[in-house]
Ligand binder design. Sequence first.
Ligand SMILES: CC(C)(COP(=O)(O)OP(=O)(O)OC[C@H]1O[C@@H](n2cnc3c(N)ncnc32)[C@H](O)[C@@H]1OP(=O)(O)O)[C@@H](O)C(=O)NCCC(=O)NCCS
Length: 170
Amino acid sequence: MKEKITIRPLKLSDVDSCLSMINSLVEERAMISIQKKMTRKQEEEYLKKTLKEVKDKKHVAFVIDINGKVAGISGISKTDSETRSHLGDIGIFLKKGVRGMGLGEKLFRKTMNEGIKKLKFKIVHLTVFANNKTAMNLYKKLGFVKIGTIKDGFKYYGKYGDCVIMVKYV
Ligand SMILES: CC(C)(COP(=O)(O)OP(=O)(O)OC[C@H]1O[C@@H](n2cnc3c(N)ncnc32)[C@H](O)[C@@H]1OP(=O)(O)O)[C@@H](O)C(=O)NCCC(=O)NCCS
């Protein structure tokens, strides 16, 4: 069967494919902030919270949809602080098997551009594990600059690792 690939907004009915994607990344130890498998209830709550933030104009979230199943997700959000409402915090992950084909870059661009347009961000920032070269290459390609490193800023499966902070001025 020919694959139908689209980038579209996140929706609540994505819960099962999001759950299976996130748990596959946890199993893989893919250098993301989640270290424990999620339950369906936790994932459903997370999606409901995210979609409420989308409705409240605090979050923009897109997914890569392959034949109706989520294969990647990206979100950009603001904090509750009014003084930082021009700052967007962005993140992304794709499941194994669909990486390295240009989809991550497309999804990231879409999320960032929609965030800037809809939520009026002036600065986009992110954190990344210092040894995640693939992700850092993507961010550098899209104009992000490394502004610093928090030594031992991540604790991942009991071991400390450096956390890189990257920023892009729009
Ligand atoms: C990081 C991630 C989002 C990149 O998405 P992707 O679809 O794999 O990347 P793309 O194919 O769109 O490539 C975009 C750029 O990323 C970089 N990149 C991609 N694969 C790479 C690899 N294997 N090695 C080094 N750089 C790589 C390159 O700069 C590439 O641009 P180029 O093709 O012009 O060289 C994806 O690999 C992923 O989800 N990884 C696991 C989770 C993760 O690390 N998330 C980020 C946490 S901060």
